[in-house]
Structure formats: C-alpha cells, structure tokens
Design a protein around this ligand. Structure first.
Ligand code: HEM
Length: 217
C-alpha cells in the first residue's frame, strides 16, 4: 500500500513544475513570467523543506513508521525546486553575468542568505544514498543532515528579508518551522531524561532513521 503510493507522491510533487511549464508555453504566467517562476520555485522549495521536517515529528506522534520512507524523496524535491529557483535567478534573471550577480548581491543581501540556504542543501542531497549512510555511519550521517535545520531557518530569513510590506507569509513559515524544530528539542530532552532502556531504544531509532529512509525507500 505504502510502496504503491510512492509513485503517486512523486508525480504529485512534479505538478508545480508541470503547471509552470504549461503556463510558460500557454503564456498564462502574466505580465512578468520571470517573477512568477522565481516566486513559485522559491515557495515550493520552502514547502518541501517544511514537509521534510514534518516527517519525524509526525512519525513520532502517530507512530506511523512508514512515513520515514517519504523523507528522502521530499528532501530531494526541496533540493530540486531550490535548484530550479537558483537556476532561474542566475540564468534567466542575470544571464550568468557574474559582475551583475555580485552587484545585485550588494543591492539585495537577502540573495546571499538564500544562497547560503541552498548551499547547505547540496551536501544533504549528495549524501542521501544508502551508500553514503554506510560510508559515514548512522550517527555521523544524522549529524550532517541536521544542516537541514540551518537551511530552513536561513530560507525563512531570506523570505522575510525580501518581502517589502506584508510579512505574514514568511512569518507563517517561520512559526511552522519553529514548531517543527522545537519538537526535535523536546524529543532530544525526553530521550536524555528517559530511563536507560528507553534512551537506548531512542538511540537505536536515531541510528536506524537514516538507513530506513533510504533502504526502505
Ligand atoms: C533554500 C533555498 C531557498 C528558498 C527556500 C527560497 C525561497 C524563496 C521564496 C519563498 C521567495 C518568495 C516567493 C514569493 O514572493 O512568493 C523567494 C524569492 C526570491 N529568491 Fe529565493 N529561496 C532560496 C534560495 C535562493 C537563492 C540561492 C537565490 C539566488 C541566488 C534566491 C533568489 C531569490 C530571488 C531573486 C527572489 C525574488 C525576490 C523578489 O521578488 O524581489 N533564492 N525565494
């Protein structure tokens, strides 16, 4: 059942891209298609980051362990839309003009923060395979993949910084990401204060998390 849903989730995750490609060809993206593509790819990067961060707390609260099988796919879609967002900027906005990009970063520092958020996603995408989990070991792999927290926080700062008047949308994402990160602090606190057998079980679960998310995927 869960395995059968995976291709559907994969296809659903491609719908935003399909809508943009269709809009570009059908000329329905409005007067400034470049702005629409930049904003949509940026928003979907953030949405997939939130969905990726949601998996662990949801899994703990519901005990639906199968959710872990979707984490890698959602994380890679965040990276995919982040790459499209980045590419839209350097290709269609700046035409690979390095001098212009440097000048633009000076004018709009939120771009540097977005870039940092994206760069942090690169090692995560690169080490998302079962081979890398084995090579790094579960503990080190988990530690490395905590970079996703920093990436999500920087993504919210990037969004907050770039909006001119109405900050309600970036604030909403900030609150959601704040809650998802606070849940992890809560889990870590509980694991530390749990009785020894529980702590050992929590440690085992942490180690298996990464491996399961790939091997079972
Ligand atoms: C994790 C990485 C990133 C995330 C989650 C992200 C997210 C977003 C979001 C949500 C928006 C606004 C969408 C809206 O207005 O509805 C946006 C806009 C934008 N982002 Fe990013 N971004 C990321 C990385 C980057 C990078 C690497 C660059 C460029 C090097 C960049 C450049 C821009 C630009 C130019 C805009 C449009 C600003 C405007 O409307 O004036 N972003 N991004």
């Amino acid at each position: 059942m869960v395995a059968r849903l995976k291709p559907l989730v994969f296809l659903a995750a491609l719908v935003p891209l399909g809508a943009l490609v269709y809009g570009a060809f059908a000329d329905t993206l409005g007067a400034n298609p470049l702005d629409v593509i930049t904003d949509e790819t940026g928003t979907w990067t953030l949405r997939f980051l939130v969905l990726t961060l949601l998996i662990t707390p949801l899994r703990r609260w519901t005990r639906w362990n199968w959710l872990i099988r979707y984490r890698r796919m959602l994380g890679l879609f965040a990276f995919f839309y982040g790459s499209l967002h980045f590419l839209t900027y350097i290709w269609f906005d700046q035409f690979f003009d390095v001098a212009e990009i440097v000048a633009d970063i000076g004018r709009r520092p939120f771009i540097t923060v977005g870039f940092a958020a994206f760069v942090l996603m690169v090692p995560l995408a690169a080490t998302s395979t079962a081979g890398w989990i084995r090579r790094l070991g579960g503990r080190r792999w988990n530690r490395l993949h905590r970079l996703v927290y920093a990436s999500a926080v920087l993504a919210v700062v990037h969004y907050l910084w770039l909006v001119k008047a109405d900050t309600s949308r970036p604030v909403r994402y900030g609150v959601i990401i704040g809650i998802l990160l606070a849940a992890r602090v809560w889990f870590a606190y509980n694991a530390r204060h749990a009785k020894a057998p529980h702590a050992a079980a929590a440690a085992r679960r942490r180690l298996s998390d990464g491996v399961e998310s790939v091997d079972a995927g």
